[in-house]
Design a protein around this ligand. Structure first.
Ligand code: GLP
Length: 242
């Protein structure tokens, strides 16, 4: 596990973007796993900038987002699909048909998660997954629990996670759906390369538990310790307890 600390969140985002751009240049048909949240916004901004400057071609890439809220449609303001369209998909030349996000409104969620897993397999698996970390240690929406789901599944969100996502729902955490679909932890860990980006003092405590503490499903991000190819990209504030 390589941990690199940068002075600011912006520098950390630029470093993560450089890594994505390097992998994309070497392998234009890259299969990426992508997160939502505040953390990746400057990273997406850097990728969009690179694309506009002719330094990033997504025309052959495929992306799979980590998660989506149940009952929130792809056009709804609070959906992660909308978030991704705003911050990345509509601003680069990634073909829409290869920008995958779980469908939170699928009539049969079991069929939807099975479809998603099959798509990832058909794409040849994830080459590179970019992750944020929840303040409770979640990855995607794999919440702390006595056991975790290996593959994509439906999950009940914890109140703290709903509060963390309130901004997408007019600042009202009670409006945040109680359930989500999430890529499974084994699917995430099956990526050939993982980059975790964490910025801000609010992540310092959980980051130290995840990287230095015991490997436990109570801190899903701690399972990254078992992955052979992980880079941790942090700013100084998030690195405070390392
Ligand atoms: C959400 C997402 C996670 C993300 C987390 C952290 O809950 N489902 O994938 O890592 O938020 O978000 P932020 O970067 O805003 O702290």
């Amino acid at each position: 596990m390589h941990i690199t600390t940068y002075a600011t969140a912006e520098r950390a985002a630029q470093a993560a973007a450089r890594l994505v751009l390097t992998r994309l240049a070497a392998q234009p048909a890259l299969v990426l796993g992508l997160p939502t949240g505040n953390t990746p916004i400057p990273l997406y901004r850097a990728l969009v900038r690179a694309h506009r400057q002719g330094r990033a071609d997504f025309s052959r890439a495929t992306t799979f987002n980590l998660d989506e809220f149940v009952g929130v449609g792809r056009g709804d303001a609070g959906s992660y699909r909308t978030f991704m369209t705003t911050h990345l998909f509509a601003q680069v030349n990634l073909p829409t048909r290869r920008a995958h996000v779980l469908d939170g409104c699928a009539p049969d969620w079991r069929a939807e998660v099975a479809r998603y897993e099959a798509l990832i397999t058909r794409a040849g698996g994830l080459d590179l997954v970019i992750l944020g970390i929840g303040r409770n240690g979640h990855l995607g929406f794999n919440e702390p629990a006595p056991t975790l789901h290996a593959r994509s599944h439906r999950v009940t969100l914890r109140p703290d996670t709903r509060r963390a996502n309130a901004a997408l729902f007019d600042g009202r955490w009670r409006n945040v759906p109680t359930q989500a679909l999430s890529m499974g932890i084994a699917t995430i860990l099956s990526a050939r390369e993982v980059v975790l980006v964490a910025t801000g003092a609010s992540k310092a405590r959980i980051l130290a538990r995840a990287l230095l503490g015991p490997v436990t499903t109570r801190v899903p991000a701690s399972l990254l310790q078992a992955h052979p190819n992980v880079s941790i990209v942090v700013d100084r504030d998030a690195a405070g307890n390392l």
